[in-house]
Design a protein around this ligand. Structure first.
Ligand code: F6R
Length: 607
């Protein structure tokens, strides 16, 4: 996730901006930059890689004169992590510099329009349209130009802006992306989060969506989208810096779980255009799509389980056979692949050794290769023929949560995209697109429905072992639910296809054995219900995951996790949320190091 800082006052801005950016490093980034205004000139300094490089380039900021400036750490989304794509971006006339956190959903059409009007682009970013729009709308009044610019933007943005015609002023804008103003004495600040502010001030103002702020060394003025002044009382920050980094949450994992509605929205919303899924990244022609005889999905760990969930949606909608293979297995299995195979590799980090090897192996055998990746410019992204980014933002907790759900979101979109191009879903497009757009809201509802999870964790945390059962799409989610629990709570957890129980595993069911039963797929609900009855009659304690009004399940299980009504084709992405929370609270009860579980690494770059 990108980070923004801004400063105006009576001391050199660059060292303060660099210090603020260092405080935001924990959010993850791959390039950084500052723009500082001296008299009526803006100087921009950018680097790829670490803030240390920016410090070196600017002699820790001492080589940059000026007392007003903005800074940015970029986590690449649109365009690779290069200096050109790093922020701040300058307007063609050099009067404006802009830093941006968020995603501009309609940037492609704006970019075309601006190019048509003679504006020249230096980067591949969505952000650059903003600075050119500001230049286009500027008639001597920055406020007005900002309001007119934001009227044209769709998406999420926190913006920091400086204008060489207004020395000593910094502007901030917020829409669906955090931005906080810091109130100093004879100086003022803004930043993406309070960690970058607390060394200077604990008096802050939280800007709200649709609000703008004009900061000088002596004043902060807030106004709304019609230019009307807004009165806002400051808040006093009482958090320590560590808590602030986690956005007030106890762990990064919980923060990232709670970020999922936003992350899934950032992944889906920009790709729905004119009622269709639009994947500019995917250059396969209709003819090439027609020629696909088989899809192989390969990945490791949770990314593999995301593939298991995606398989159902792709097969159901596209009627193309999908095999889901572990990357560590397929690379040595002499796989049957030809030019009619579409290989989909999934990786949050894009650096997993087995996944890279599997991709190389299958590509060499002639498959067309598509990567679903979170980290822009990573090895998997570079190796594949096509890459679709998940735009989840950086994941810091070792156990993946928003990485997984955004992977599933891309697979769902891909299912609709391919099926529509193959003419397999005529008459159903609108309903499917609506269901996709609705997913962030459904995930949010899953939080609201499950306030009992901390109490359930108290009941189940001391168990020796927990089984997860489910069928079909529920089974795919059970696999990920069990992995989440075992990796962070160190409790033994195993997922089984519910119909497999009586082929062996049921021998392990005894008095008080916890069984998490996933019953979210109406087409096979009765079958799972029978399995619940089977384990109950052997003394199991059943924690059912189902809909709130599912009377049949409510009458047999002991405890419940709930999901809201959601199309069963796309329910996995919602079902996993209560299971992530269950794993989190069980691990918390057990006093585990949740963000850094023992023996695990975030990115597995060795075989
Ligand atoms: C589990 C987890 C791992 C990863 C796996 C693949 O919470 O995070 O199972 O999913 O190591 O990693 P990526 O997606 O980076 O290839």
């Amino acid at each position: 996730m990108c980070g923004i800082v801004g400063f105006t006052g009576a001391q050199s801005a660059a060292p303060i901006l660099l210090e603020g950016l260092k405080k935001l490093e924990y959010r993850g980034y791959d390039s950084a930059g500052i723009a500082v205004m001296d008299e009526r000139k803006i100087a921009v300094h950018k680097v790829t890689g670490r803030i240390a490089n920016l410090c070196e380039k600017t002699q820790d900021g001492l080589g940059v004169t000026g007392m007003t400036g903005i800074g940015h750490t970029r986590w690449a989304t649109h365009g690779a992590p290069t200096e050109e794509n790093a922020h701040p971006h300058l307007s063609n006339d050099g009067k404006f510099a802009v830093v941006h956190n968020g995603i501009i959903e309609n940037y492609l059409s704006l970019r075309e329009e601006l190019i048509h009007d003679g504006y020249h682009f230096e980067s591949e970013t969505d952000t650059e349209v903003i600075v050119h729009l500001i230049e286009m709308f500027y008639r001597g009044n920055v406020r007005e130009a900002l309001i007119r610019t934001t009227n044209r933007l769709r998406g999420s943005y926190a913006l920091g802006v400086i204008c060489s015609e207004e020395p000593g002023k910094i502007y901030a804008v917020r829409e669906a992306s955090p931005l906080i103003l810091g109130i100093g004495i004879g100086e003022n600040y803004f930043a993406s989060d309070v960690t970058a502010l607390v060394n200077h001030t604990r008096n802050v103002i939280y800007l709200e969506d649709g609000e703008f702020a004009e900061l000088s060394s002596e004043s902060i003025k807030i106004f709304d989208c019609s230019g009307q002044a807004v009165d806002r009382r400051p808040t006093r920050i009482l958090w320590d810096v560590q808590a602030a980094e986690k956005g007030g949450y106890e762990h990064f994992m919980l923060k990232e779980i709670m970020e999922q509605p936003g992350a899934v929205k950032a992944t889906i919303a920009p790709r729905i255009r004119n009622g269709r899924v639009a994947f500019e990244e995917l250059g396969l022609s209709a003819e090439e799509l027609q020629g696909i005889r088989k899809i192989i999905i390969t990945a490791c760990g949770s990314a593999y389980y995301a593939g298991c969930s995606g398989k159902y949606a792709i097969e159901k909608l596209c009627r193309i056979p999908v095999e889901v293979e572990l990357a560590s297995e397929i690379r040595y299995s002499d796989p049957i692949i030809d030019e009619h195979t579409l290989l989909i590799v999934i990786s949050q980090s894009g650096e997993t050794a087995d996944t890279i090897a599997a991709l190389k192996e299958c590509k060499a055998r002639g498959a067309k290769t598509l990567a679903i990746v979170n980290v822009v410019g990573s090895s998997v992204a570079k190796l594949a023929d096509y890459t679709i980014y998940t735009w989840a933002g950086p994941e810091i907790a070792v156990a993946t949560t928003k990485g997984y759900t955004t992977q599933v979101a891309v697979l769902y979109m891909l299912a609709v995209y391919i099926a529509e191009r193959l003419g397999k879903i005529e008459g159903k497009e609108k309903q499917l697109i609506r269901a996709l757009q609705d997913l962030p809201r459904r995930i949010q509802q899953a939080f609201d429905l499950n306030s009992s999870i901390p109490a359930l964790a108290k009941k189940y945390h001391a168990s020796k072992s927990i089984f997860f059962i489910g069928r079909n799409t529920d089974y795919a989610v059970a696999l990920e639910g069990a992995l989440k629990l075992k990796e962070i709570s160190y409790l033994h957890a195993e997922a089984y296809a519910a119909g497999e129980l009586k082929h062996g595993t049921i021998a392990l069911i005894e008095e008080h054995q916890p069984v998490v039963a996933l019953c979210c797929n109406p087409s096979i609900m009765e079958k799972t219900l029978s399995n619940i009855v089977e384990v109950k009659s052997r003394g199991a304690e059943v924690l059912a995951l189902t809909f709130r009004n599912n009377q049949k399940i409510l009458s047999v299980a002991d405890d419940f996790l709930f999901i809201p009504d959601v199309d069963s084709l796309f329910s996995a992405i919602v079902e996993i949320v209560p299971l992530q929370l269950l794993a989190y609270y069980v691990a918390r009860e057990n006093g585990c190091d949740i963000d850094k579980p023992k023996n695990l690494a975030k990115s597995v770059t060795v075989e």
